[in-house]
Write a protein that binds this ligand. Structure first.
Ligand code: GAF
Length: 382
């Protein structure tokens, strides 16, 4: 991948590039909790985006996407969202740098990678983090990793229109091999929890669907959570997010107002607690208990938060009573993408074979499988 990227860069721009790698992510448990100031438990994986970049002597941005075999060019003084879509994850970072007063000149960049797009593995966060890291390095801007993460999140909010939380960018930037990151999205404090998965692998089943609902419904969920907080806050002004809320407060101030919003908020409050006790399970090497919580999270995401879809539900139901699968659930924003499964090593081949056939039969769609290794976060490769 790196050699191919280097070669393409030389052919296009006749210059020696800096190459940055930024990975996709999985999330063990704690879904839709980041924008509610709760906790998340993601990890960076061995699928990544690579950006090759060099400075230019003018104010132009020249981009090339290997996957789409497309070019894009614009001037630094006129950076705005493009209908080509893929450049937005790079331009959004340029926009954030400019808004924060950082001075850069024009640059060339070629982007390639093996994070499947639309699979809920955060390919967009990986492009944003790779861009921020590469530009920081090229122009010696001295921006901290955390600031880059915040810029990447804002860039997604503004240039992709998704009111996402901070999890995906944080995981891509701060990943560590064989560890999950327990991130407190309120204080942004984090610690690394070793993933001692003895003879168990993290298997991702990609539904290969991305329903058009995904970003609009995501933003609706966020508003519903905020509405619940507003109702509690009328009586308890110190409550600023669902992280601060309790089930009792929801029963008292949200349930009488709106049952649907109550159901959404209750899932989040429970999910934050579930994550904290899942971290204890992980520390005590009780993967069975962690896995049971993952199944419960799926049920909540499907029935209460209603961000699943028939393909994801099919994949989780299919492994639910399989003793070789310790835990499974949909992962990420929802409405498509992957399920994350903890599977005993010796059972993986048989499981993949059976599920690939039954998924194709039921959905008339192919299933794709990845076995995720937990890897380093964003960094320079060349
Ligand atoms: C998407 C978002 F980008 C994240 O911020 C997070 O909210 C996730 O969905 C759900 O947990 O990946």
């Amino acid at each position: 991948m790196i050699e191919k990227l280097s070669k393409t860069f030389h052919e296009k721009f006749s210059a020696e590039p800096l190459i940055v790698r930024s990975p996709g992510r999985v999330n063990i448990i704690g879904e839709h909790t980041d924008y509610n100031n709760g906790f998340v438990l993601p990890a960076a994986i061995d699928k990544a985006i690579y950006i090759a970049a060099s400075k230019r002597n003018d104010d132009e941005i020249h981009l090339h996407a290997v996957d789409f075999n497309e070019d894009f060019t614009c001037n630094l003084s006129y950076v705005k969202p493009s209908e080509q879509h893929w450049p937005n994850y790079i331009l959004g970072i340029v926009d954030q740098l400019q808004k924060s007063g950082y001075s850069i000149s024009g640059f060339n960049a070629v982007v390639d990678g093996d994070v499947p797009v639309g699979a809920g593995l955060s390919s967009s966060a990986a492009v944003e983090c790779a861009t921020a890291f590469a530009l920081n390095e090229l122009f010696d801007l001295k921006i901290s990793k955390l600031e880059m993460v915040k810029m990447a999140q804002l860039s997604e909010n503004v240039f992709a229109g998704l009111q996402c939380g901070i999890m995906d960018m944080f995981a891509s930037m701060f990943g560590k091999p064989e560890h999950a990151i327990r991130l407190d999205c309120r204080s942004l404090e984090y610690d690394y929890i070793p993933l001692h998965l003895d003879k168990i692998k993290i298997v991702l089943f990609n539904t290969n669907v991305k329903h058009s609902l995904s970003s609009s419904e995501y933003n609706v969920r966020r508003q519903q959570c905020e509405q619940g907080v507003t109702w509690i806050k009328e009586h308890h002004p110190h409550i600023n997010s669902l992280r601060d809320a309790t089930l009792n407060l929801l029963d008292e101030f949200v349930l009488p107002k709106d049952k649907l919003i109550y159901k959404r908020c209750r899932f989040i409050v429970e999910e934050i607690q579930r994550l904290l006790s899942a971290c204890e399970n992980l520390k005590n090497n009780n993967i069975q208990a962690l896995g049971e919580k993952m199944f419960r999270t799926h049920e909540g995401l499907s029935q209460e938060y209603e961000v699943s879809c028939k393909e994801l539900d099919f994949l989780v139901n299919a492994v639910k009573n399989n003793p070789s699968v310790l835990g499974a659930r949909m992962m990420g924003g929802g409405f498509g993408g992957c399920t994350i499964n903890l599977v005993k090593e010796e059972a993986i081949d048989g499981l993949v074979e059976g599920l690939t056939a039954s998924y194709q039969r039921e959905m008339d769609f192919p299933l794709t499988t990845y076995i995720a290794q937990i890897e380093n976060g964003t960094g320079i490769v060349k």
